[in-house]
Design a protein around this ligand. Structure first.
Ligand code: URA
Length: 264
């Protein structure tokens, strides 16, 4: 996938902001990218740029959501859905991202984990949960006999890395949602784990946060008529910052294990 016209220094700055947990405003990032492009010496080789999206101005947010819906509906397989997500130009986050982090793991697995969105490493590799938080997620899943190599499919509610690792906005989540629902329908999981508050709140359209949602059994219903039990858990990145919460996370994992045993 082609990359936007970003200098390594600016990408490093974005990564550094992200690691420091600083929220970078998108307009701020754009201004920096513009300044860097103007400052580039004429002899410096130009990175391939995405074709200008003049059409964007002619489409409203609702138009883009409808386009996402049509593209998602038309996808008859996960490979087609991945191609549709990668080709979708409705989300501005794509402009500064290196890759869409669509999914990883086993297609059709009984358990589907849905996180919040890619960080720096996920953006680089184009796969969800491959950074530090992903390594902890793998250990958490492993503790109850789950693994992305055998019985778990992993994705996010947003496919492109937000600048400075800020949370995705409601509009960005809305643009991805048709793809998320279709991914659930194509995978048909027996159980869904929502990793973190952003994911749980967005999937359930809930107004309460993860502190109240974790430890509860919910249901996700897609527009296509698929439904599955959904368990919100603490995000592994949160557990890296707050290891004292691991005992509650462990209880939640045991609850999920019990449910899976019941489902058979
Ligand atoms: N956090 C997420 O929620 N998803 C990822 O893919 C990586 C980190």
């Amino acid at each position: 996938m082609s990359r936007p016209d970003t200098s390594p220094a600016l990408r490093a700055l974005q990564d550094w902001w992200g690691e420091m947990g600083v929220d970078a405003d998108e307009a701020e990032i754009r201004a920096l990218l513009k300044t860097a492009a103007q400052a580039k010496p004429a002899s410096e080789p130009q990175a391939p740029t995405r074709k200008p999206r003049a059409i964007r101005k002619e489409k409203t947010h609702e138009d883009w959501v409808e386009e996402a819906r049509q593209l998602a509906l038309a996808a008859g397989s996960l490979a087609e859905l991945k191609a549709a997500i990668e080709g979708f130009d409705g989300c501005l986050l794509k402009e500064a991202a290196q890759n869409a982090a669509c999914f990883d793991g086993v297609e059709g697995a009984p358990v589907m984990v849905i996180g919040e969105g890619p960080g720096a490493e996920e953006d680089r590799q184009g796969k969800p949960f491959v950074g530090r938080a992903g390594q902890l997620l793998d250990r958490m899943l492993g503790a109850i006999g789950l693994s992305r190599a055998t019985n778990v499919f992993i994705t996010n509610v947003n496919y492109w890395r937000p600048p400075g690792n800020r949370n995705p906005t409601d509009e960005e989540l809305e643009l991805c949602r048709p793809f998320v629902d279709r991914m659930v329908e194509l995978n048909a999981p027996k159980l869904i784990i929502a990793a973190g508050g952003v994911s749980a709140k967005s999937l359930l359209q809930a107004s309460i946060g993860i502190m109240k949602l974790r430890g509860t059994e919910q249901v996700l219903k897609t527009p296509g008529g698929y439904s599955a039990p959904l368990f919100p858990i603490f995000h592994p990145a949160f557990l890296l910052r707050r290891p004292e919460e691991k005992s509650r996370a462990w209880r939640d994992l045991l609850q999920i294990q019990g449910k899976l045993e019941g489902i058979g």
